[in-house]
Design a protein around this ligand. Structure first.
Ligand code: ATP
Length: 296
């Protein structure tokens, strides 16, 4: 099937401060660093697929504000199509990330424009032309459901990352060709207490399930059975943020080029291993040349 990979999902401006600890209620505290960056699981997966060489269109919403203009320019700079990126009356979504001394992150997300719930005619037309539709759960569940139904009707490959996990998302599984949860999402969505049972259970409802397990690699299940376990690559991890999004974007880029699932999972594993050796989410994602070199 030809056509672009359509990623329908969130775009956030990440606002990152470094500080010794979280302030107490009523306290004003001095932090030591501040940076901004393009983020959101939707935007991240779009960037991963695009860098891996696929044609990608992003269906999302930003506000009529400076952050929204920056995110639009960022996507255009990556040569991701933004015709279906709408400007909403709500402000651009943000993720306020506090990096605490000791390395832990505390995050507040305000969905803003990502809360737009309608599937527009423009979104529908784009999905009808798609080779694959890629969604996550940082947009309203009702929107994701309508998008998956449209993707299924168009016979596009439908791919869901169930994050942030929501038990209600179990009803989406029959519309999903490839489900890519991490371990905790797989357990929460299936109600199982171990990851093998979770993968088997979820794959009885969705097409193929790929449970990502950080440095332990990935487990693949289909039709209620585990069909393969893929080891992660051994690397020195610097920042694992965005590893899962890199994995999904690259997986779909390979699949839409007609590569078999096993080869796509190998490429996704190699790409995610590169991403964890570099700081940041989107900025850490490898190009197709880098992935090909790692696979040789
Ligand atoms: P994140 O939320 O940090 O984006 P995630 O929880 O969605 O990640 P993980 O299962 O942690 O996803 O990682 C996805 C894939 O990335 C793994 O299946 C693996 O291939 C690769 N990966 C993650 N961490 C490491 C690591 N430390 N070393 C090598 N590969 C890794």
């Amino acid at each position: 099937r030809t056509g672009p990979i359509v990623v329908l999902g969130s775009a956030n401006m990440d606002l990152v401060t470094r500080q010794p600890r979280l302030p107490e209620p009523g306290e004003t505290m001095t932090g030591s660093d501040f940076s901004t960056g393009a983020g959101g699981k939707g935007l991240n997966q779009a960037v991963a697929a695009r860098r891996a060489g696929a044609e990608v269109a992003f269906a999302g919403a930003v506000g009529d504000d400076g952050f929204g203009r920056e995110l639009r320019a960022f996507l255009e700079g990556e040569r991701i199509a933004t015709d279906a990126l709408r400007t909403s009356a709500a402000p651009t979504g943000i993720a306020q990330v506090s990096v605490l001394d000791g390395g832990e992150n505390s995050i507040v997300i305000v969905a803003g424009a990502n809360g737009e719930e309608e599937l527009t005619d423009g979104d529908r037309a784009l999905i009808a032309s798609a080779a694959a539709l890629v969604v996550q759960l940082e947009r309203p569940l009702a929107l994701v459901e309508r998008a998956l139904a449209a993707g299924r009707q168009a016979e596009a490959l439908t791919v869901l990352t169930p994050a942030p996990v929501d038990a209600e998302a179990a009803r989406l599984l029959p519309l999903v060709d490839i489900l890519v949860p991490n371990e905790s999402e797989a357990l929460a969505l299936s109600g199982a207490s171990d990851v093998e049972t979770a993968a088997r259970r979820l794959s009885a409802e969705a097409g193929t399930v790929i449970v990502t397990r950080g440095s332990k690699g990935a487990l693949i299940a289909r039709g209620g059975d585990i069909v393969a376990a893929v080891a992660a690559r051994e690397v020195e991890a610097v920042d694992t943020t965005g590893a899962g999004d890199t994995f999904v974007g690259v997986l779909v880029a390979w699949l839409t080029r007609g590569e078999p699932l096993e080869a796509a999972v190998e490429a996704a594993t190699a790409a995610a291993a590169i991403a964890v050796t570099r700081p940041g989410a989107a900025p850490a994602m490898p190009t197709r040349e880098e992935i090909d070199a790692a696979l040789e």
